[in-house]
Design a protein around this ligand. Structure first.
Ligand SMILES: C[S@@+](CC[C@H](N)C(=O)[O-])C[C@H]1O[C@@H](n2cnc3c(N)ncnc32)[C@H](O)[C@@H]1O
Length: 243
């Protein structure tokens, strides 16, 4: 078996993922790395359209046979497969080695992804959901998505068990960043000690910028690099509503 393949065997985790994602008829759900179909099978019964992207040709053949007419199975690498242009959600037990590459694609500012329920390495999930983004890219993610760890998933929930526990990571889009907000985040991290009021003041008159910040619970002199994820999220939503 190739490195990084850990089949999900705990049915409670499967149910928790589906309960959280709530796929409905007409939704488009993308599953990355379906493997032997632990998540694909319950997904296929929801009435949603399922697109399953798998790199291993042997799994692809078996999935195509098992889910013929129910699931669209694509033989491709998740790192470069073209992703849907229409809104979609993701449910996946992600290979740990490619989690970062996948998250970067899914949370890109122009991504139409509306939400994701992912099983990822515990440490990776905690870093992603951390309360203080350290880079412009992370701040952009925090600004446009609510990201939280829903549960710790013990290594024993998989076969073979990975070396470390996993997490059920829940990501939900809260706003789509306008270009001025994306520019604000990028410029801000180029000058991390810049007060947030000065950055917002570049896209709104000063008094309006102050009002906007205080109404979202942010102290105007706060250096941009110390804003927390919820503050980025509230600020981006307020800036989008007021743009
Ligand atoms: C952790 S296993 C999960 C299998 C299944 N979803 C489950 O939960 O039991 C990861 C799956 O991702 C596939 N995979 C690994 N790297 C991939 C890549 N770069 N692109 C697409 N699939 C990949 C593996 O072949 C395997 O089926």
């Amino acid at each position: 078996m190739s490195h990084g393949i850990h089949f999900l065997t705990d049915k409670r985790v499967v149910h928790a993922m589906l309960r959280s994602a709530r796929p409905a008829a007409g939704d488009l759900i993308v599953e990355f790395g379906p493997g032997q179909g632990a998540l694909t099978a319950p997904l296929s019964r929801t009435g949603a359209r399922i697109l399953a992207i798998e790199r291993d040709p042997a799994f692809v053949r078996r999935l195509e046979r098992r889910f013929a007419g129910q699931v669209r199975v694509v033989h491709a690498d998740l790192r470069d497969v073209p992703l849907p242009r229409r809104p979609y959600a993701v449910v996946a037990n992600v290979p740990f080695a490619v989690s970062t590459a996948l998250v970067r694609r899914l949370l890109h500012p122009t991504s139409p992804m509306t939400g994701a329920d992912l099983l990822v390495e515990w440490g990776f999930a905690v870093r992603l959901a951390r309360s203080c983004p350290r880079t412009a890219e992370e701040a952009g993610w925090a600004a446009s998505y609510a990201i939280r760890v829903a549960a710790r998933v013990p290594a024993a929930s998989f076969s073979p068990a990975p070396r470390v526990d996993a997490a059920h990571l829940v990501i939900r889009r809260t706003t789509t960043l306008s270009r001025p907000v994306r520019d604000l985040i990028r410029r801000g991290f180029a000058e991390p000690r810049l007060p947030i009021a000065a950055a917002v003041g570049e896209i709104h008159p000063r008094r309006r910028a102050h009002r906007l910040l205080t109404s979202t619970g942010i102290d105007p002199p706060t250096p941009i690099s110390t804003l927390t994820a919820p503050q980025w999220n509230r600020l981006a939503t307020a800036l989008t509503v007021n743009s």
